[in-house]
Design a protein around this ligand. Structure first.
Ligand SMILES: Cc1cc2nc3c(=O)[nH]c(=O)nc-3n(C[C@H](O)[C@H](O)[C@H](O)COP(=O)(O)OP(=O)(O)OC[C@H]3O[C@@H](n4cnc5c(N)ncnc54)[C@H](O)[C@@H]3O)c2cc1C
Length: 375
């Protein structure tokens, strides 16, 4: 574990209390109903968690923001992964503006985030383009001093609750570009809202863009910068998904250990059986290894070192670990691990997504292989 600053220690101490009092208690109900929990969103605004990655002059975290973001995500995910995802998507959606936006865009849109408290969605994936980002078809056609966007974006986290979107569209034959688009612009409508196996407290929606006109000033960076920006965004978001996975795994182990101390079989507590101890030993070891990778990847991003390989390693290792650990913790609880009265089955369902989004784990291995083979 890397050393925390005093400010991080204070933030995490407060956050732990709030998570225990407000987030953990709401997690099961939000999962059951699938209703987006605005109270949690307000709580996170109050704590400053939804603007950590913004520049400090817009109330972002002054030093090591990615590391701080990851530690916060980990703490929340121990109790509720859907709530922790709010922090990730806010950071991912803001990234194009933070790292490629101009001063005028920052002055216009960062106050909408930090003062007006708007959520920001990230619209990249389409029905025919998930892993293969370059295959997107959403098109931005230039007409005079405007661009007109047409396309269909799927699987947008916070798609029907966000107030602003970062939208990736084609500008020309090969070029991709990000646009900042307010949700209330004419031509934007919400399609299906997904009914998911896990992360049921997180909103995932289809967003349809039909002749949506935006001023040319809404283009982020230069035409054709979009693919590079999207790949840079992953270098920040993959450590964050690693942190989410780590928190999920820790939450499951914490619960299972307490359960195994109480539950008796064959005249002794479950935790005294070696087979159960082995499951816990494997989990505890994977958690320590996950933390090392996640923190290194996050700190490398904060210190502007190239972290693409580390970020992919952290993402796939931590999410594969979370899937194995939550599966094993279901086993520790036996039948009780498989029913809704206990939080482990929710964690088990939630863990699966961490292997799929922000680049599925097959894609992470491809990236690591490519990075190794580079000179
Ligand atoms: C709940 C949820 C929230 C999401 N939130 C967002 C969001 O906010 N914004 C957004 O833009 N997207 C979002 N996504 C989309 C997500 O990033 C994609 O689902 C993901 O990138 C995988 O794309 P796909 O589902 O189209 O799978 P595909 O690309 O069709 O891949 C299917 C499988 O094949 C594997 N595969 C693909 N190509 C190869 C290859 N060359 N070699 C080996 N294996 C391969 C993949 O690893 C995967 O396992 C979200 C998805 C979900 C489910």
């Amino acid at each position: 574990m890397l050393e925390r600053t005093e400010e991080q220690e204070i933030l995490l101490k407060n956050l732990k209390r709030v998570v225990d009092e407000k987030v953990r208690t709401a997690a099961a109900e939000t999962d059951r109903t699938g209703i987006f929990n605005w109270d949690i969103v307000s709580l996170f605004w109050d704590l400053g968690l939804l603007k950590i990655m913004l520049p400090p002059e817009y109330e972002g975290w002054p030093s090591n923001p990615t590391h701080t973001l990851c530690l916060s995500i980990e703490e929340i995910a121990k109790a509720c992964a859907s709530s922790a995802l709010l922090l990730i998507i806010q950071a991912v959606g803001s990234y194009p503006l933070i790292f490629a936006g101009n001063e005028a865009q920052k002055k216009t849109y960062f106050p909408m985030i930090s003062d007006e408290r708007r959520l920001i969605g990230y619209l990249v994936t389409e029905p025919g383009a998930g892993s293969d980002v370059q295959a997107i078809r959403c098109a931005a056609r230039r007409t005079g001093d405007h661009y007109v966007l047409n396309g269909r974006k799927v699987f947008a986290t916070n798609g029907s609750v966000a107030g602003i979107y970062s939208v990736l569209a084609k500008t020309g034959e090969k070029g991709l570009s990000f646009f900042i688009v307010e949700r209330d612009r004419k031509g934007i409508s919400i399609g299906r809202v997904e009914d998911k196996c896990g992360f049921r407290g997180s909103n995932t929606a289809e967003v349809i863009l039909e002749d949506v006109a935006v001023p040319e000033g809404n283009l982020i960076g230069r035409p054709g910068d979009g693919f590079k920006v999207a790949m840079g965004d992953f270098d920040m978001s993959r450590p964050a998904v690693a942190a989410l996975s780590l928190g999920l795994a820790e939450g499951a182990v914490d619960y299972a250990v307490e359960y195994a101390r109480e539950r008796q079989t064959f005249g002794k507590p479950l935790i005294q059986h070696q087979a159960i101890q082995f499951l816990l030993a494997d989990a505890a070891t994977l958690i320590e290894a996950s933390r090392g990778l996640m923190e290194r990847a996050a700190i490398a991003f904060d210190s502007r070192q190239r972290n693409t390989k580390l970020a992919s390693m952290a993402k796939f290792f931590c999410s594969d670990a979370a899937m194995k650990i939550t599966t094993d913790m279901v086993q520790v609880l036996g039948g009780y691990g498989y029913v809704r009265d206990y939080p482990i089955e929710r964690m088990f369902r939630d863990a699966k997504l961490t292997q799929i989004f922000e680049g599925a784990n097959q894609i992470q291995r491809m990236i690591i292989g490519r990075e190794i083979s580079r000179r």
